[in-house]
Design a binder for this molecule. Sequence first.
Ligand code: COA
Length: 342
Amino acid sequence: MFPSGCEDRMRGIKIIGAGMYVPETVISNDWLSTILDTNDEWIYSRTGIRERRISVDKPNFWMAEQAALAAVRDSGIDPSEIDLVLAATCSPDYYYPALSCLVQHSVGAVNAAAFDINSACTGFINALDTASRFLEDGDYRNILVVASERLAPHCDYTDRTASILFGDGAGAAVVTKSGKPMWSYLSAKGDYFNALYCKTDHSRSNCPLLKDSDAYPEGIIDSEAKTHTLQMNGKAVYKFAVDAMQTAVTKVLEKSGLHTEDIDLYIPHQANARIIESAVKGLKLPEDKVYVNLEKRGNTSSACIPTCLAELKQAGRIKDGMKICLVGFGAGLTSGAIVFEQ
Ligand code: COA
């Protein structure tokens, strides 16, 4: 049972469908060691990752569509009953239109509005929180939330610190109003924006007046920014991540009046097994309630959490009445946690 006094927080969600897509091409640590000065032992002991998948020839929107179609099929509702499509991505194929519009079209959600959310790896958390607030409004009954990332084109495969971490994939959920409680805690630390970034590429403009701007934000190094690949201060992100996960879980549990042991399932962002282990230890969470799948997937950014949800739902491990805690962090630097009863 949730504590009394939570009646005014009945903006809860129920996941009625979940789906995922992972690309076919597997990149093992051994393969990476053929193009980089690295090895399986180093990568596995520092990250918990053995392999990740990358989309060699399919764009991000295609992966998003596969996951979304699977989630809608799983939900059993007709696509015309979807009122809103929210897509989380930081690696879109197009600046515009929004990824959510492409997904809306391909799933046949003809009555849905659509917009995107970019908070990098925290994207699914922010999108799900947004969905719950739309569901409070009687105009919205079913919302498709999809998170999809194709990070391989962002990665610099001569950078052995960052490229080893990331993979591609997509996850999606169809959610509806549950009448049960839900809490969230969302946060951003924009002063750490330069700990993890990837600059847009306007170099192909043929406007004769345009120059590549040298007005980079303080802390972004021109020569690095110009590479248009993912740039990361691994140590700064690591430190932030362990602290942010603990803070987000502590704050959301404080809001709910629940204790760590009241939660049936924790799904953390799958960035690094050591980050998860440190946060789990700091929070004294029961390890058997924490779902981790990064060994075979790597960090697929916003797609990590919905991919876990889809795997768990397919395995029959998401049951009515369960209290679930999702917690994530990412570029921004952003972080957040959600607690809801399924
Ligand atoms: N293989 C072998 N050696 C490597 C290596 C690799 N893939 N990557 C780095 N090294 C080397 C470094 O060059 C350094 O060598 P040196 O001591 O001779 O200079 C040494 O290993 C230690 O490097 P360091 O950067 O201090 O490693 P680390 O323990 O901080 O681990 C990360 C690096 C990236 C695994 C870790 O910082 C991390 O996981 N950070 C968080 C990143 C993240 O999660 N980002 C996504 C957020 S959503």
